[in-house]
Design a binder for this molecule. Structure first.
Ligand code: GDP
Ligand code: MG
Length: 184
């Protein structure tokens, strides 16, 4: 069997404390107790995970995730160059219990799509409505997120990094859509 590995870079964006790092930890299967995962390290951490494009194909996509801590505006020039040159995927995260995290995410995505306007290679994106385990505290409706995601041509998934709900599915979808647009 011939296996081809395709590498690509993804950026994870969203407000502070929406769960960006937790989602990646969940995806990477870190065996650390959930409560201990929260650390506000300064800077950018890069991790990677390989995903199969589909059960029926041999291609493997190795995604390198850029996870920024603190305010993303602090990384202005780095972000700009990543965005202009290398980034193939965007993972936008909001906290469904915080209305402002939704609005801020839409603004962030808007800023970045403007900067990526002249790119040849297509970018695949998903919006993750994280902390869906907090049902009682939910403030942002699935309908509203669905509408925005549609306009932005991004996929949308609710997920919970805490309960490990929806994370794997969302990233499989992302890898598949990216591969399809790339090879279309
Ligand atoms: P980041 O700043 O976006 O990287 O956010 P973190 O991953 O550091 O998470 C911020 C806080 O939200 C931490 O206290 C996490 O334990 C909590 N958190 C993350 N994901 C979830 C989730 O799915 N459900 C709940 N209830 N809490 C979460
Ligand atoms: Mg973080």
């Amino acid at each position: 069997m011939i296996m081809s590995v395709i590498q690509c870079k993804a950026v994870v964006i969203g407000d502070k404390a929406v769960g960006k790092t937790s989602i990646l930890n969940c995806l990477l299967g870190y065996p650390i107790p959930f409560s201990k995962r929260y650390s506000m390290t300064k800077g950018v951490s890069i991790s990677s995970r390989s995903l199969k494009v589909s059960k029926y194909r041999d291609e493997i996509i190795e995604i390198h995730f850029y996870d920024f801590s603190g305010r993303i505006s602090l990384y202005g020039s780095l972000m700009k160059s990543l965005w202009k040159n290398d980034i193939s995927m965007v993972i936008g995260v909001l906290d469904v219990t915080r209305e402002d995290s939704f609005q801020n995410l839409l603004n962030l995505i808007g800023d970045f799509t403007r900067q990526a306007n002249n790119r040849k290679e297509s970018i695949a994106g998903i919006i993750l409505g994280n902390k869906c385990d907090l049902i009682e505290q939910r403030m942002v409706s699935s309908e509203d997120i669905t509408q925005s995601a549609k306009k932005l041509r991004m996929g949308y998934f609710d997920c919970s990094a805490r309960e490990n709900i929806g994370v794997e599915e969302a990233f499989n979808h992302l890898a598949r859509t990216w591969f399809e647009t790339k090879t279309a």
